[in-house]
Design a protein around this ligand. Structure first.
Ligand SMILES: [Ca+2]
Ligand SMILES: [Ca+2]
Ligand SMILES: [Ca+2]
Length: 259
């Protein structure tokens, strides 16, 4: 199993861990209808766009290839994956973001939401609107440039080699601050705890939750917001020198009068 890179060192390298203080909160239930299923959901807050899609490892001969899944909206967003869907919907608790094993072969499916922001952000808080048995969570961020999607052969164990970093494994999430190291990315994965990203010693197979809110801070690019043009800099410098010259001239004159 390939390990996922631990983000603490990576974050410092790619961003100097510098983020602006202003936090932006997303209400993930805004614009949704209770009990309705979606293939994707889009939001906009303070000029920051967010698109949410869902995935689970329900493909391939060994049920480990990443495939798209449905999103359900209740008192939080859940994931109804291809192995859970009955007709066009899911029963409880399968309709949640979960890591339950199927009853036939005992193969687990690890549900995740993919968050695509229009800018790089630090994902700093997650709020759950519903928790089943347990609520351990895995969070990953993409630092491989522009994320172009999963291939049909991708497994969760492959993600470390394709630009994804483990931001953290979090136990018993409810309304929880995460990502203390200020990792920044425009694409994130949050889902039920998955030991494929590195064992944290949490119980697995029993995590079931729905996410109703996110808090992010937009990353500071480190660029000057309104840089002064070179010509303008020279003009200001010239005015400054002229003022200095006038002050010396008048100062000398005042000094002469005092004598
Ligand atoms: Ca599910
Ligand atoms: Ca699976
Ligand atoms: Ca657990």
């Amino acid at each position: 199993m390939k390990g996922i890179l631990i983000a603490s060192g990576i974050a410092a390298a790619i961003s100097c861990a510098s983020v602006q203080a202003a936090a932006i909160s997303f209400d993930l239930l805004q614009g949704t209808t209770y009990g309705k299923y979606y293939s994707s959901l889009s939001y906009e807050v303070s000029g920051l766009d967010l698109t949410v899609t869902a995935f689970s490892d329900t493909g391939g001969l060994f049920d480990n290839r990443i495939r798209t899944a449905g999103i359900g909206a209740w008192n939080g967003l859940g994931v109804c994956n291809r192995d859970e869907v009955v007709g066009s919907s899911c029963y409880s608790p399968a309709h949640s973001i979960d890591n339950s094993a199927d009853s036939f072969l005992g193969w687990a499916d690890y549900d995740m939401l993919l968050l695509s922001f229009s800018s790089e952000v630090s994902l700093s808080g997650i709020s759950l609107g519903w928790i089943g048995t347990d609520s351990d969570m895995s969070v990953l961020g993409f630092n491989g440039g522009q994320f172009s999607g999963f291939s049909s052969a991708d497994t969760y164990s492959d993600l470390g080699a394709s630009g994804w970093s483990l931001v953290g494994q979090y136990a018993n999430v409810s309304n929880t601050a995460i990502n203390a190291q200020n990792f920044v990315a425009s694409t994130w994965l949050i889902g039920a705890y998955n030991p494929a990203f590195g064992s944290a010693g949490f119980s697995t197979g029993n995590d079931q939750f729905k996410i109703d809110g996110l808090q992010v801070t937009v990353a500071d690019t480190g660029e000057e917001p309104n840089p002064v043009p070179v010509s303008g800099t020279l003009a200001l410098f010239s005015i400054g020198m002229a003022a200095l010259g006038m002050r010396r001239l008048f100062g000398r004159g005042k000094s002469a009068q005092q004598i």
